[in-house]
Design a protein around this ligand. Structure first.
Ligand code: AMP
Ligand code: MN
Ligand code: MN
Ligand code: MN
Length: 284
């Protein structure tokens, strides 16, 4: 039996709907043995997550998911095994989330222009951490108010590029995000590469530059990938000599997200990220 590791998920500290300790309990209930909470651009949930994990008998890796702008797209870089007291990483995350408030107000104005009023206040009602208002919170408001049937529909109709509520944003650079993670003792991992709308050349540039900056991992098995994408990004891991990660990207029990700890194991022949990170794992 291979290790049931789930190294990507969210709590109310970013855009999940469960508190860190409740995500921990759910992960444990679904058989997770090694867990990381990876909230967007924020580590305020790390102590609660770690303490709950260890009390439940789960090993823990500290984590975060950093928003990066690369080649006109938003790319997510997961940091695993980071030191949660690292000052430079904390400052980098604070800077990365800094523009969210202004962006949220602009999103609200854009939605008002197509007849949807009160979106900023509505989204705020769903926010667990006022520093981290995200598109997901707007999506929950639009579902609650009956504009759309579910969260994916809101993204399709309103919150993605070319749609009326989309506001482009400049996140961290790839170089900065990787450097913050590596200097905090962690491993940088490209999150869900199958989700980005890159040409083959752009994707090649992403992985080449990521490696050149010191990145060492790629998510192969994630809730955002199809089964063919598991094989495709297993090839990428081999081609770029990257360690492989596995994570559900769980956000909520109610929105059809992949369940914690439920994905298939990593394809054979890849080296999992938790091997080189063994010295960063907090043991239950
Ligand atoms: P933000 O960081 O504010 O741009 O929000 C990004 C978050 O929106 C992601 O982390 C996902 O949780 C969510 N998201 C992005 N695209 C979609 C989609 N097509 N369907 C559902 N959720 C999405
Ligand atoms: Mn999210
Ligand atoms: Mn992501
Ligand atoms: Mn995520």
């Amino acid at each position: 039996m291979t290790l049931n590791a789930d190294l990507h998920c969210h709590s109310t500290v970013s855009d999940g709907t469960l508190a860190p300790q409740d995500v921990a309990a759910r992960a444990r209930a679904h058989g997770v043995q090694l867990w990381a909470l990876t909230d967007h651009d924020e580590m305020a949930g790390q102590r609660a997550a770690r303490d709950a994990a260890l009390a439940l008998g789960m090993d823990y890796l500290a984590g975060c998911e950093i928003s990066v702008s690369f080649a006109g797209e938003t790319v997510h870089i997961v940091g695993l095994g980071v030191d949660i007291d690292d000052a430079a990483l904390a400052a980098g995350l604070a800077r990365t989330r800094g523009g969210r408030e202004q962006r949220a107000r602009e999103m609200s104005d854009a939605l008002a222009a197509v007849g949807i009023d009160g979106a900023y206040e509505g989204a705020l009602r769903h926010v667990g951490n006022p520093d981290l208002i995200s598109r997901t919170h707007f999506a929950r408001f639009l579902v609650e108010s009956g504009v759309c049937a579910d969260v994916p529909e809101v993204f399709r109709r309103f919150l993605t590029e070319g749609r009326p509520g989309y506001v482009p944003h400049r996140w961290a650079t790839l170089a900065d995000a990787v450097r913050w993670i590596v200097q905090a003792g962690g491993m940088a991992v490209v999150a869900h590469p199958g989700r980005y709308k890159f040409t083959p050349n752009e994707e090649y540039a992403l992985f080449s530059e990521f490696k050149a900056h010191g990145g060492r991992g790629v998510e192969v098995v994630t809730g955002s990938h199809t089964i063919p994408e598991y094989a495709r990004y297993a090839d990428t891991a081999r081609e770029f000599d990257l360690y492989a990660s596995r994570g559900s990207d769980f956000h909520s029990p109610d929105e059809g997200h992949t369940e914690l700890g439920s994905l298939p194991p990593l394809p054979a022949g890849l080296t999992p990220v938790w091997e080189p990170l063994a010295h960063r794992v907090l043991r239950a």
